[in-house]
Design a protein around this ligand. Structure first.
Ligand code: CTP
Length: 410
């Protein structure tokens, strides 16, 4: 069990109707033995009082007014002691301040002075949330390294329905714990990653292959390692340099990858199949190099190679799956959502990462990826284009949030 007693959370509450939900968040965090230091903006004080939060957290509650009365420069003190700054709920105004480095009240000053991780929980009217300015500010916050939770959809305080609701304290708490302890969350866990492309020999010099570079798999290995996992990588063709500390098993064909996955599967907790596996292989491999003169008929050179199906590794895993969390990828050129959801179901996956693999936006070989995640409960999450290293972080965070992982971690 991780010792949470010494973690200091600065909880910034800003002026929206969801501010009352932050009282419950402060209470839960305090009960979980976190030291909670609340900073209220002037607008937040129209919704909640310092006294309520002081009684709940048993700590001084900071406001613009009392921060000026004390001589101790509280914004720097709070910024220095914080292991995490949480802004919940975060209004469009405070988001804009955070994104642009404004420091005209205590909370925005703390946000500017703190170099610890920061979490924003936006909650506002859906038009304010969707506005280009807010979306740009949220993107800027993410670029600065802050984590921004997505608001929920539903009836808003202003009487209209849309995206902008406070996502709920269960979600906020899971994110806080993941940010505070995420680095160690995979300690003691075995993670198996497959990556790269497979090659199916046609003759001694030719093969059927694909454009997979293995970069996504490598990013996942690094992220899992960073979080303390023991990582095994079953690697096909690739463009990688080196991955110290990863147990790398090199394979060429789908059959070899299948055999290695099966050999290691039972001892794994999490299996992430980022490899691009050939679905077909030549029925027979020619012993000698095929000559170009062989099949010339009617002046037109043609060559027919008979193919047979390879084993679907993920499908085989799904038959063996027990405690393991299994995550697949879907490489699609069209109907991405429909095809990915079909694979999720047919391969009995806990989560699937759908990628576009055609045209300029293709994930294959690129350093970036634009992915959409789907879960077996029908939910999805569309992600923006991001570096594969960042996508790996998001994916591992989503894995850690799976109820199955939470059970495994207990
Ligand atoms: N996969 C696998 N074994 C195969 C083919 C694919 O384990 N023989 C895995 C891939 O590693 C990936 C997922 O299945 O995690 C989906 O792969 P993808 O190539 O997108 O789909 P396929 O199942 O091969 O179906 P199709 O080619 O028809 O889209």
């Amino acid at each position: 069990m991780v010792n949470k007693t010494k973690k200091n959370i600065v909880l910034g509450i800003t002026g929206g109707i969801a501010a009352y939900k932050a009282i419950d968040l402060a209470s839960t965090l305090t009960k979980l033995d976190y030291e909670v230091h609340v900073v209220l903006t002037a607008e937040a004080m129209k919704f909640v009082t310092p006294l309520t939060l002081e009684v709940i957290t048993k700590n001084q509650v900071w406001t613009d007014q009392n921060s000026l009365e004390k001589s101790s420069i509280p914004h720097i003190k709070l910024a220095d002691l914080a292991d995490l700054v949480v802004v919940a709920p975060a209004t469009a105004n405070t988001i804009a301040k955070g994104a642009n480095g404004l420091a005209d009240n205590l909370l925005s000053s703390v946000l500017l002075a703190a170099d610890c991780p920061k979490l924003y929980v936006p909650a506002m009217n859906s038009k304010m949330y969707q506005h280009d300015a807010t979306q740009r500010n949220l993107r800027d916050l993410a670029v600065q390294g802050a984590v921004v939770l997505e608001p929920a959809e539903g009836m808003l305080a202003c009487g209209i329905s849309g995206k902008g609701r406070y996502p709920g304290n269960k979600t906020v708490l899971a994110q806080i714990e993941s940010m505070l302890f995420g680095d160690q969350a995979l300690e003691g866990f075995n993670v198996l990653v497959t990556a790269g492309g497979t090659r199916e020999a046609i003759d001694p010099v030719r093969y059927i292959g694909n454009r997979s570079s293995g970069k996504m798999g490598a990013a996942l290995c690094k992220e899992a390692l960073r979080r303390g996992a023991h990582v095994t990588l079953i690697l096909g063709s690739h463009e990688l340099t080196e991955l110290p500390e990863v147990n790398i098993i090199r394979v060429e064909t789908a059959q070899e990858m299948y055999e290695q996955v099966m050999l290691h599967f039972d001892t794994q907790d999490i299996v992430i199949k980022a490899a691009a596996v050939a679905d077909f292989k030549p029925e027979s491999v020619k012993e000698q190099k095929i000559k170009k003169t062989e099949d010339t008929s009617g002046g037109k050179k043609t060559k027919t190679i008979s193919l047979e199906g390879t084993v679907d590794i993920l499908k085989e895993i799904s038959l063996k799956k027990d405690k393991q969390i299994v995550v697949g990828f879907a490489a699609e050129t069209e109907n991405i959502a429909t095809n990915a959801k079909k694979k999720l179901k047919e391969k009995n996956l806990d989560m699937i990462v759908a990628n576009q693999v055609a045209g300029e936006e293709s994930a294959f070989g690129s350093d970036d990826n634009t992915a959409t995640l789907y879960w077996s409960n029908g939910k999805g999450r569309e992600l923006e284009k991001m570096p594969k290293s960042e996508l790996a972080r998001v994916l591992v965070e989503e894995i850690i949030k799976l109820p199955k992982f939470v059970k495994l971690a207990r």
